[in-house]
Unconditional design. Structure first.
Length: 671
């Protein structure tokens, strides 16, 4: 009987979601500038519009109301069907950037009701495809009730931009409702508001603005104080706290920090110094782009010389490339891994060269993404407490499965980084490596060979200031009071001294480490050449055409359940039950089976292998190059410090996927 009464009470609790708005708008064009005017709208109008921004509600009532609801879990709240839909439209001429903020305006509850507190109500904002943008988070965690901010960059072809949203609200499951009964009347009411203004951002490259996930902080490097500091997320032109400027090789950087310091830094003003001891991870934003194919190389035998890779940034999740490719993964030896078409006709070298292709790294499973974050350095710390920081010996001696499993666990509930559980963390894929390498060889990057990290101790971010690195940097250092001392912000040493650029001459004045990134300055990605070999989630299918190859033998494999080349001298392909199960296919790049490592017909556009073929076994700049194959089914990139000039951003080789002291990997965060 008690159980039936409890059920009856639950049935009487209802969630009612409706709609309304308060809008503060800035934006009327007068010549080429904007004048500020305030507008407020309250009522039953579904479309509110003035000047260059409008908001359209796809509901019918006035307010978003949570009435007589019971606490529920995030998993239930995220899938509730009574979501509130609305659309924001910005309109502007070429070259104008409009920033708008979605805000919550809390309203007084109806007569006779008791208001819930901000720390009892959760809000969850997604785009129209239910991709998470904010939360689930308590309303009390929102700064000044600011729910979400977005900058729309208008060009000649995008004078009008429409953004669709869904919002869901519920009572947090940790709220104690044991004393509630039939007479308990509770409510929470609010409106969604929009305020907008035109801003002139520093970056004019057309790159998508970086998307900061929960717990991430925008940073810039202050040369004067030699410190990383909090950046202005709006990135306005003229700001001394500028965040990014891809046109000038200043790629956007962000960090995560310790739990003890997180609230302080999240609420800090731009220009606040971030102590390196408080930093857990450092990462770099790779914006969505298309590139001009210069060497389609359908059979994998045509060579090309180093040249600027022509890149055009794409807006939002647009795919404006002319070429389309789909997987044709096969267990047949040396079959193609993909089929590419242009205008629905299969590509040839003559038809697809000089045509644009949206880089495939920006398709994440079934989702198109605006960009991704890559760890600024190889993995550091420990495998169960991963960091990505400079001048630390990288994490190595782990199977591929261990790397992926532990990186994916970085977003677990209660994680130390401040990530929401909806934040995607994973091990770098082969295509994501290619996307970073291509961007580095464009006008937005160094557009030359990335200088090698030749640290014999696998210390991240170090360099001898040259491409070949014939003299490895010692794995240890000793600070010298007579020279500029080592610090963790960007200066790395050999025998206690900085190396003069391009030489092995000891110097106290020149910082060579800053030129060893993908940008030739401190804002790029490090360890793309040398350091450790970097495992990627790139793998071949077995001869059955379905099951993935796990490794070479029972002692030399990735840890994934799959097919082994052999467990004995017979050379049979045998099934293997490993520690790990392959993750969803969006987390790894699949290639066709092959027994010839140098046969690049199995390569794919964008992975930085066949397109940059320079000789039969080398890529640009003599980087060693082959594909994963039958007894070494995993890709690794970068090349270790010890191989000198054969290492590089276009290095590619095969591996068993096993735990080895020379192999590390990298973190990727997909918003």
């Amino acid at each position: 009987m008690k159980e039936n009464n409890k059920k009856s009470k639950k049935d009487k609790k209802k969630i009612v979601i409706a709609s309304s708005i308060i809008v503060l708008l800035l934006a009327l064009v007068i010549g080429i500038t904007y004048a500020a005017f305030d507008f407020s709208f309250i009522g039953n109008r579904n479309v509110i519009e003035t000047g260059d921004i409008s908001i359209e509600f796809l509901e019918s009532n006035d307010v978003i109301t949570l009435t007589n609801a019971l606490p529920t879990s995030d998993s239930n709240g995220k899938v509730q069907t009574n979501d509130f839909d609305f659309q924001v439209t910005t309109k502007a001429s070429n070259g104008i950037n409009l920033k708008y903020n979605l805000n919550i305006e809390k309203l007084a509850v109806d007569s006779g009701y008791t208001s819930l507190n901000d720390n009892q109500v959760k809000v969850y904002l997604t785009d129209e495809n239910n991709n998470p943008l904010v939360g689930p988070t308590l309303i009390s965690n929102l700064s000044n009730y600011n729910l979400y901010s977005k900058v729309n960059s208008h060009t000649e072809s995008t004078t009008e931009i429409k953004d669709r949203y869904k919002i869901r609200v519920w009572i947090d499951e940790n709220v104690d409702s044991s004393s509630w009964n039939e007479s308990t009347k509770i409510q929470y009411k609010f409106r969604i508001g929009v305020n907008s203004n035109e801003i002139s951002i520093l970056d004019k490259s057309g790159a998508n603005a970086p998307v900061l996930d929960e717990g991430m902080i925008a940073v810039y490097y202050d040369e004067a104080s030699e410190a990383w500091k909090k950046a202005d997320e709006d990135n306005p032109k003229g700001s001394k706290y500028a965040w990014y400027d891809y046109s000038n090789k200043m790629w956007a950087n962000s960090i995560t920090v310790t739990e003890a310091s997180r609230t302080t830094y999240l609420n800090a003003s731009p220009g606040t110094e971030i102590a390196m001891d408080d930093i857990l991870t450092m990462q770099v934003w790779i914006p969505r782009y298309k590139y001009k194919v210069w060497n389609y190389n359908s059979d994998g035998t045509i060579t090309s010389e180093p040249q600027e890779i022509e890149i055009v940034f794409e807006k939002g999740t647009e795919s404006t490339g002319e070429i389309e490719c789909t997987d044709t993964i096969s267990g047949t030896d040396e079959a193609k891994s993909e089929n590419c078409k242009i205008n629905n006709v299969e590509c040839t070298d003559s038809t697809c060269n000089n045509k644009y292709y949206t880089h495939p790294a920006f398709t994440f499973g079934e989702e198109e993404i605006e960009g991704f974050w890559i760890g600024k350095f190889e993995l550091t710390g420990t495998i169960d407490s991963i960091t990505t920081k400079p001048n630390l010996s990288s994490i190595r001696s782990q199977q591929v499965g261990s790397f992926e499993d532990n990186i994916m666990a970085m977003n677990d509930s209660g994680n130390q980084y401040g990530f929401n559980t909806s934040t995607d963390t994973h091990m770098i894929k082969n295509m994501e490596w290619g996307a970073v390498a291509y961007l580095s060889h464009s006008k937005y990057g160094v557009n030359r060979e990335v200088y090698i990290n030749n640290s014999s101790g696998y210390y991240t971010g170090r360099s001898g200031g040259n491409v070949g690195g014939s003299t490895p940097i010692n794995g240890t250092y000793t600070d010298q009071t007579s020279a500029k001392q080592y610090n963790t912000y960007g200066f790395y040493t050999y025998d206690g001294y900085l190396l003069e650029y391009g030489t092995n001459t000891k110097s106290s004045t020149k910082d060579i480490s800053k030129v060893s990134s993908t940008t030739g300055n401190i804002y790029g990605v490090y360890d793309m050449s040398g350091g450790a070999y970097d495992y990627t989630m790139g793998n071949i299918v077995s001869p059955d055409g379905v099951t993935m190859m796990s490794g070479y033998s029972t002692s030399s494999n990735s840890g994934y359940t799959g097919i082994l080349y052999r467990t004995n001298s017979s050379g049979d392909y045998l099934s293997y039950t490993g520690t790990y199960t392959y993750p969803d296919t969006k987390y790894y790049d699949k290639y066709s089976f092959g027994t010839n490592y140098s046969q690049r017909i199995r390569s794919k556009l964008g992975d930085g292998i066949k397109e940059v073929l320079n000789t039969s076994s080398r890529s640009w700049y003599s980087d060693y190059s082959n594909l994963a194959g039958y007894d070494g089914p995993w890709f690794n990139r970068s090349g270790g410090y010890s191989i000198g000039s054969y290492a590089g951003a276009f290095f590619s080789s095969s591996s068993y996927g096993y735990a080895i002291a020379s192999c590390s990997s990298r973190l990727v965060i997909t918003p």
